[in-house]
Structure formats: C-alpha cells, structure tokens
Design a protein around this ligand. Structure first.
Ligand SMILES: Nc1ncnc2c1ncn2[C@@H]1O[C@H](COP(=O)(O)OP(=O)(O)OP(=O)(O)O)[C@@H](O)[C@H]1O
Ligand SMILES: [Mg+2]
Length: 344
C-alpha cells in the first residue's frame, strides 16, 4: 500500500475537502491510465460540443456560460486540436503550472472557439510531477488539492470544466483526480495495455476518494472501432465483455460502459487535429457551412494527399460525437443529482 492510502487526512484537510466538493461538481476528467487512447480527442470534442450547446442557448436568449478545457499533459496536443499551437497565447504551459504550484494568477485563453476557453499545456507541464511529489513529501495529501482549490474559485463562471489528463506520472493523476467529480474513460485499443490502464485508474480512484469522496466513473466510451450498418462489430463486443469482467472484479457496475461508440475515422481525425477543427466544425467545413471570423466561408478541408474530405463521412463522425456527448452529460447530471441528494 502506498504512503498515500496509509495516511488519514488531518481534520483541517477534511474541512477543506467538504468546502471544495460542491463547487467541483461540474468538473469532468477524461482519463485512462495510459497514452494514446483518445483522451485529448475526447476532451476537446466534448468541450467543443458542450460549448456549441451553450452558444445555441445564448442565441435563443437563455442564460449560457462558457466551457473551460484544461489539458494536463506536457505533449499539449490540445493546442493543435484548438489551433493555438505556437500562437501569441501559447506559453508552453508556464502560466498554468505557475498558477498550480506557485500561487501565480490563473489565466485562461478566452474564446478559442465560441463559448470555449482553455488553459495551455506544454513542456512546462513536465515539471508538474516533480513539484507535486516534492510538496507531497512534506505535506502528504494537501498538494494534490491544489488544482481543485484553483478550480473551485472559478467553476461558477463555467457550465462545465473538462480536464484532459496526462497518462504518466501518478502525482499528476492524483492532482487531477482530486479536482474532478466525474470521469469519462475513452477506450481506443483492444489490447491488455488498455485493460491495465483501466485497472490503474480504478485503483487510483479508490485511493483518491480519501481527499475526493465524490469521485467516480460516469462513463466508459469507445472510439476508433468500426461501425457496420451503424452497429458495432465482434471486435468491440469482445472488448466490452473484457471491460465488464474487469469492472465486476473491481466492484463497479457494467452499466458504466456506453452502448454507442465513435466509429473508426483515423484519417478524418488527423484532418481534424491538423486543421484545429473539432468534429462538428470539420463537418460544417466539409459541407461548406463553416464561416471564419470575418464571415467568409472556410475552404473545404482536405486529407494529406489532397483529396477533399467527404461531407457525409464528416457528418457521420460529428453525429457519433453528438450522441456520445449527450450520453456522457446524461450520466454526469444523474451522478450530480445523487451527490446533491446525499449532501442535502
Ligand atoms: N474516431 C477515431 N478513429 C481512429 N483514430 C482516431 C479517432 N479519433 C482519434 N483518433 C486518433 O487516435 C490518436 C490518439 O488520440 P489522442 O491524441 O486523442 O489520444 P491521447 O490519449 O490524448 O494521447 P496522449 O496520451 O498521447 O496524449 C490520434 O492519432 C487520433 O487522431
Ligand atoms: Mg493527449
């Protein structure tokens, strides 16, 4: 057992946790204990879909709030997906890391897309793990609450805050897990490494409950698996069964596994990332319906070989993500209602 689980938090920390928790119920983490499973694609697409929903609400005269996307990983791929890599606001993660570890002002890049703000992750994020570990060696659990304390101060400004995790260091995982309330686990690979990652997360969730009693998995979703006539193939059915068995062994519900999935669309996802166009924008652009800031039509996107993206394929992918987002939010809202019920 690690030092983390062996310790009982001092009373002062429990009071802090009790104060933070109600302010963090709109914070969703996207993680699985390994790299390359689609965390960033899921985090960015979810954020963008939710931002569009808020924009629609605003256009209909309803109250609306932006979404905040936060990436923890030093690869900073979210910068590519949201088209800010190397731009004037790209500080390589220095601002975010300074805010978490040194009490510097917490700054976000506003309106990277309508109703979507983001923090920047980059090479500076690789220093986060060492700093958190150093502080934790003196203060045990308190340093893991630093992100949660920051987010609790701004969460009322946002409809949702989405945290895209780093797959590596355990201390950064704990930092993220202490700040979020709901987890979405994306699964893209069918191998044992993916199952190992899932097990890692299940174990970490159990551990971090000491400083985040409301933490739980809201949904496990699949991306990059074939759809034939709109249905999953045997490959995905087998992965599903393996995951359900793993959940059962961990004392978790099989119902966490989402029914619908994001279809295999590697080439489209590459165009999406390389052009900074999340799924819905890619579909609009492929149908010549996306306007830039000056009101001009964005040219139809092309694959690397110059071929134009097919409008129907881009629409199918965006529709998958719309369904995925709807299902995730339904589950998160239902978890939140349960948590509020318990707290009342
Ligand atoms: N629907 C899809 N079908 C096939 N491939 C996809 C799909 N969506 C995303 N991908 C690809 O999966 C790869 C991994 O995605 P992503 O970068 O989102 O994962 P990640 O978990 O954030 O990775 P890392 O741990 O490296 O940050 C990317 O190359 C992306 O283009
Ligand atoms: Mg990533």
């Amino acid at each position: 057992m690690s030092q983390f689980t062996a310790m009982t938090p001092p009373d002062g920390l429990q009071d802090l946790v009790a104060q933070l928790r109600p302010r963090l119920r709109n914070v969703i983490g996207v993680t699985i204990g390994k790299g390359g499973e689609g965390k960033t694609t899921t985090g960015v697409t979810l954020s963008h879909m939710l931002a569009q929903e808020q924009q629609n609400l605003a256009q209909q005269g309803h109250e609306a709030k932006p979404i905040l996307y936060i990436e923890l990983d030093s690869n900073g791929n979210g910068r590519l997906d949201l088209k800010i890599l190397g731009g004037e606001f790209d500080d390589d993660g220095n601002g975010f890391v300074g805010a978490v570890t040194e009490d510097k002002p917490f700054t976000v890049v506003r309106n990277v897309k309508p109703y979507l703000d983001m923090t920047v992750a980059g090479s500076a994020n690789s220093g986060l793990a060492a700093e958190i570990s150093r502080l934790a060696s003196k203060h045990v659990q308190a340093p893991y609450l630093m992100l949660g304390m920051l987010l609790a101060q701004i969460s009322h400004n946002y409809a949702w805050i989405i945290v895209d995790f780093s797959p590596g260091d355990v201390s950064v995982q704990r930092l993220g897990l202490a700040a979020v309330t709901h987890l979405v686990l994306p699964v893209k690979n069918a191998d044992d490494a993916m199952l190992g990652g899932l097990q890692t997360i299940a174990n970490l969730v159990a551990e971090v409950r000491l400083i985040n009693p409301e933490l739980g998995i809201a949904a496990i979703g699949f991306l990059g698996f074939k759809k034939v006539a709109g249905e999953a193939t045997a490959e995905l059915d087998i992965v599903r069964v393996k995951i359900e068995l793993l959940l059962e062994a961990a004392g978790l519900e099989a119902g966490l596994v989402m029914q619908d999935h994001i279809r295999e669309a590697r080439a489209l996802s590459t165009v999406s990332r390389n052009n900074g166009l999340p799924a819905r924008e890619l579909a609009l652009a492929a149908n010549e319906l996306l306007l830039d800031e000056s009101g001009a039509s964005v040219p139809r996107p092309r694959y690397a070989n110059g071929r134009l993206v097919e409008p129907d394929k881009a629409l199918d992918l965006a529709e998958d993500w719309t369904t995925f987002t709807g299902d995730v939010i339904k589950r998160v809202v239902s978890r939140t209602a349960e948590l509020e019920g318990v707290a009342a």
